[in-house]
Ligand binder design. Structure first.
Ligand code: ATP
Length: 365
């Protein structure tokens, strides 16, 4: 593999009780994370939640107000940015327009005073890695946006950092290019073995690329887990709402057994629901069901009944908006059958919604 060829290894980053104040404003509120060696780790959250500030502290551009920051177990808070084996790729690429592709990629190595022959060999390696062989002598301004982003990646990878920080690196690209660069980034991480810490506010991007994701809001980490854990078992309302579409419902806890809660709906129907770690609820609780984890059945034969409202066709699937008797709307998503297949219930009809087994997940408030 490439990682063996380059001798690179991914660093493990430890954040311990990190707090960051700007004057009287707290941008990061007691963040503790263990980012593993070789991991594709994503910080996901809305604008202003503190993702970039966290990344800048790992890079050394900002100092934490409180807390400790380690690389492979050793404290690095007192190291200057250029003393850390950490590099950053920015959204705007920040390439040097008057230099060639190869000069851009070799820039960091030249600054480090590496011998010319070594730099040339690394640059050739990097051109191959990002699939830009033969473009080394081109002015960087002659490249497309996607190609320039590859050059920015190659430049950041060339000094073989142990950790690569990526701050919304794909947000300037159009959707199609973005999708192909997502796959490209995943490949680069796997081939180099370098730990990637990726910042995005795009939940789909986070779900498709990451080994693990930390979901943030208001300077706090709300949940850490794989895409599947975060999607299927969101810990709280913020995470459930931020990641994908979901239905919020309320019920009363009858009892808790074998790590699941037995719930009674206002309609009298009962179901079991999963619990966030360490939660033992009683009384009224909120729970979620994803639109694809419920199906439409005949009225009276599901978990809950309602009246079908809008039916929205999306090509690969159809969304059925069901108005429940308490006034809430429940969305059921169904994959479309082959073209031309007809059927499905129509607006105005009474329908039942059948919850899939294990579909319900209770939320922390
Ligand atoms: P975005 O996706 O918009 O970049 P973010 O999640 O990366 O958002 P940060 O850039 O980390 O958020 O900013 C977090 C909060 O800290 C914001 O409210 C921002 O205004 C504030 N902030 C960031 N840097 C400074 C600074 N140097 N001085 C004062 N406030 C700052």
């Amino acid at each position: 593999t490439h990682s063996r060829a380059t001798g690179a290894h991914g660093g493990a980053i430890g954040l311990n009780g990190i707090k960051k104040w700007f004057g009287t404003f707290q941008a990061v509120d007691d963040v503790t994370l263990d980012i593993r060696s070789n991991e594709f780790f994503t910080l996901l959250g809305p604008s202003g939640c503190g993702k970039t500030t966290l990344l800048r502290m790992i890079a050394g551009f900002e100092l934490p107000t409180e807390g400790s920051l380690t690389l492979d177990g050793a404290e690095i808070s007192s190291l200057l940015p250029n003393q850390r084996p950490v590099n950053t790729v920015f959204q705007n690429y920040a390439l040097f327009p008057h230099l060639t592709v190869a000069e851009n990629i070799g820039f960091g190595l030249k600054m480090l005073g590496r011998p010319k022959a070594e730099t040339a060999a690394v640059v050739a390696d990097m051109l191959k890695l990002v699939h830009l062989e033969g473009r080394g002598d081109d002015p960087v301004t002659q490249l497309s946006g996607g190609q320039q982003q590859r050059v920015a990646l190659a430049r950041a990878l060339a000094p073989r950092p142990k950790v690569l920080l990526l701050d919304e690196p794909l947000s300037a690209l159009d959707l199609k290019l973005r999708k192909s660069m997502q796959i490209e980034l995943k490949r680069l991480q796997a081939e180099t073995g370098i730990t990637f810490i990726f910042v995005t506010h795009d939940q789909e991007e986070a779900l498709t690329m990451s080994d693990r994701i930390a979901v943030m809001s208001s300077g706090k980490v709300r949940q850490v887990g794989t895409a599947r854990e975060i999607y299927d078992r969101p810990a709280d309302r913020f995470v459930a709402d931020f990641i994908g579409e979901t239905n919020f419902l309320e019920a009363t806890v009858e009892r808790v057994e074998a790590g699941r809660a037995v719930l009674r709906l206002p309609s009298g129907a009962t179901l079991t629901a999963g619990l966030p770690d360490g939660l033992s609820p009683s009384g009224k609780v909120s729970f979620v069901i994803r639109p694809e984890h419920a199906g439409l059945v005949a009225a009276g034969s599901g978990t809950i009944d309602g009246t079908l409202g809008n039916v929205v066709y999306f090509g690969t699937d159809t969304h059925y908006h069901v108005h429940l008797d308490d006034g809430a709307t429940f969305i059921v998503r169904r994959q479309n059958a082959r073209a031309g297949a007809s059927g499905g219930p129509e607006a105005g009809q009474r329908v039942g919604i059948l919850f899939g087994e294990d579909a319900a997940q209770i939320l922390r408030d």
